[in-house]
Write a protein that binds this ligand. Structure first.
Ligand code: AN7
Length: 360
């Protein structure tokens, strides 16, 4: 039978586990159901007997995991009669909010740090018709402004402090368990506000408590070294990193994330910008998977912990790749080592290039 039901997004798929009822109008762009790819070549490059999967969240409708939370947050905002949503963002939340607001027919206001968001994300916010407010400050200052202004204007906050966001995002853990038929031993994520690591733990715990799965993973959160409040043990006022998505010094899910670390017996660690970009390149060159710099932090950290033995051989690991590489073409082109050449439009010129670039 060549026919199957149209996939209509994660709320429909997990409606029994999400706070919606039969009358709720679902605002969806077909998010979720993203590929869980097994890495074939990187374990060989590392010379380790290790099973690594990447959950390619960049293949969500707006190119990041934020869509899982945004479908829930906007669905509930509309259900509650809200006519406008607002967020502060390092880029992906604003892109997702803009798209789901457009889909719902409501207004979106997004606050972004001037000059510090990747070009693709800026294009998305503008294209979907959001009111884009650049602030002369960073994400953390934008977040405070959003909290303040929401007390004085009829807008619904759709940052991850909105509890529906984490409800939607927990579904990524469901998908992973369903496809592996078990929980992984380790789940590695990049950490900014720490909403996503919290949401994944909620998802794993729900399946664990319902007896669907007998174990839960150790949750491992990696931050960029210049932006690593969980490593410093306190908020950071001037976060800086090439991974602009996680350029966050005052994580909104601070207490929740410490609890996840304790309950799962996981840990936090940090990666340098060089490690992050190297992991991004490694994935692109050896696996054909293009993620944005922040996303590669999960793999960069995992590689360091595999090499040190902290993640032992024989482990089953999932790394979440939170956003698509096309979000940030500037950083990709800047770090590309591939020769860019211009030649005469002749057979000889093109053949010479091919012959001199063949490895064997
Ligand atoms: C690609 O868009 O906070 O730890 O404002 O875009 O749940 O915050 C983005 C976060 C990781 C961190 N990877 O997730 C925003 C924003 C990517 C991201 C994170 C973000 P959290």
């Amino acid at each position: 039978m060549p026919f199957r039901p149209r996939y209509t997004g994660l709320i429909e798929r997990y409606r029994d586990r999400l706070p919606v009822n039969d009358d709720t109008r679902l605002i969806s762009l077909g998010e979720g159901n993203t590929p869980l790819l097994k890495l074939n070549n990187i374990p060989k490059v590392l010379g380790k007997d290790i099973e690594i999967y990447v959950k390619y969240e960049g293949l969500n409708p707006t190119g990041s995991f934020k869509d899982r939370g945004m479908t829930m947050a906007v669905t509930k905002a509309v259900e509650e009669g809200s006519k406008a949503i607002i967020c502060a963002s390092t880029g992906n939340t604003s892109a997702s909010a803009a798209a789901y607001a457009a889909r719902a027919g409501i207004a979106a206001f997004v606050l972004i740090p001037e000059g510090k968001i990747a070009l693709g994300k800026l294009a998305q916010g503008m294209m979907h018709g959001a009111t884009v407010i650049q602030i002369k400050g960073n994400f953390d200052e934008g977040m405070q402004l959003v909290k303040d202004v929401a007390e004085h204007a009829p807008v619904t906050i759709v940052n991850s402090i909105n509890p529906y966001r984490l409800q939607g995002q927990k579904t990524a853990a469901f998908e992973i368990v369903e496809e592996l038929s078990c929980a992984p031993d380790f789940h590695c994520l990049p950490v900014g506000n720490a909403g996503n690591i919290t949401a994944h733990w909620m998802g794993y715990s729900e399946y664990f408590e319902d007896g669907i799965v007998g174990t839960r993973p150790k949750m491992v959160g990696y931050q960029a070294a210049g932006s690593a409040p969980f490593m410093r043990g306190h908020m950071v006022d001037d976060p800086e990193t090439v991974a602009t998505a996680i350029r966050i010094g005052h994580p909104q899910s601070w207490d929740k994330a410490w609890k996840v670390k304790e309950e799962s017996q996981g840990w936090f660690d940090e990666c340098s910008d060089e490690q992050i970009l190297a992991a991004q390149k490694l994935l692109a060159e050896h696996e054909g998977v293009f993620c944005e710099p922040a996303s590669a932090t999960s793999l960069a950290g995992a590689i360091a912990d595999i090499e040190s033995g902290k993640i032992p051989e024989g482990s089953k690991i999932v790394c979440t790749l939170t956003g698509h590489g096309l979000k940030d073409p500037d950083t990709a082109i800047k770090q590309s080592t591939a020769p860019m050449m211009t030649v005469e439009a002749t057979l000889d010129a093109v053949r010479d290039v091919i012959l001199s670039n063949m490895t064997d």
